[in-house]
Design a protein. Structure first.
Length: 250
């Protein structure tokens, strides 16, 4: 399973939850989530190339490359009902993968939960990936996603920043696919003090589906889900409960 990591295998799970990390993030961003989920849900955390056990692979710098790899790499894991959750860049990746699955007539997610990301109509180009290392590090610190102590460590900084730069290039040059709306329900999560987007920009995800849509606002900034992990997973679990294949086990 090159493209996913499973921190707690649940062979009898009736529902899979695929979690897509933010820019510069890794699968381990979700390593503490499985114990908070019902026993009938198996979490598979997406691992992008260029990090952790995939460190030897080049990080991808375009959305098309990443989505193509994911659609191919995840096919073998779509053998039971599933839901996508993505945060920040991961929300855009999850959305684009869902569009391709729908277009190809492959199994589609029963729900898309998109966190900390503006709806497609609000996407604009960015320039953070063009800054020098200090400028890139300053952006990460401002968002609260990476501890200042990590960025101040020369060896860790040297390993982290090229991955972050590649991800920022990917998401800042990303142009959302023009496609018919998804048919699966969409949920948007957003922090009430997120400097990256407004609540209204998150609410407009409702235009990307012909199905149901709902929005939940959490206290916090762009990385509200770090300090509020239990609250976020609880809110996510309530959405999973709306899936037809919701497990009967507690």
């Amino acid at each position: 399973m090159t493209w996913v990591r499973c921190y707690e295998a649940r062979p009898q799970a009736r529902l899979r939850l695929f979690c897509f990390p933010h820019a510069g993030g890794t699968a381990s961003a979700y390593r503490l989530w499985p114990p908070l989920l019902p026993a009938g849900v198996e979490l598979l955390a997406v691992q992008y190339p260029g990090r952790e056990e995939r460190f030897g692979e080049p990080a991808l710098t375009t959305m098309n490359e990443l989505v193509d790899g994911l659609v191919t790499g995840l096919r073998g894991e779509l053998d039971r009902p599933f839901v996508f959750f993505g945060h920040s860049m991961g929300a855009a990746v999850a959305y684009e993968v869902a569009l391709v699955l729908q277009r190809l007539g492959l199994p589609a997610p029963q729900r898309l939960v998109l966190s900390g990301k503006e709806a497609p109509e609000h996407v604009t180009p960015g320039e953070v990936h063009l800054r020098d290392d200090d400028g890139l590090a300053a952006e990460l610190t401002a968002l609260g996603g990476t501890g200042a102590a990590v960025l101040e460590h020369p060896e860790l900084r040297e390993l982290l920043l090229p991955i972050v730069r590649a991800d920022y290039r990917l998401i800042e040059t990303y142009q959302p696919t023009q496609a018919p709306p998804l048919t699966c329900p969409i949920t948007a999560f957003v922090g009430d003090r997120d400097p990256e987007l407004t609540i209204e920009q998150a609410r407009d995800w409702g235009k990307s589906t012909s199905g149901e849509f709902d929005l939940q606002v959490f206290p916090g900034d762009h990385f509200y889900l770090n300090d509020g992990r239990a609250q976020v997973v609880s809110a996510l679990t309530r959405r999973l409960a709306l899936a037809p294949s919701w497990p009967s086990t507690p």
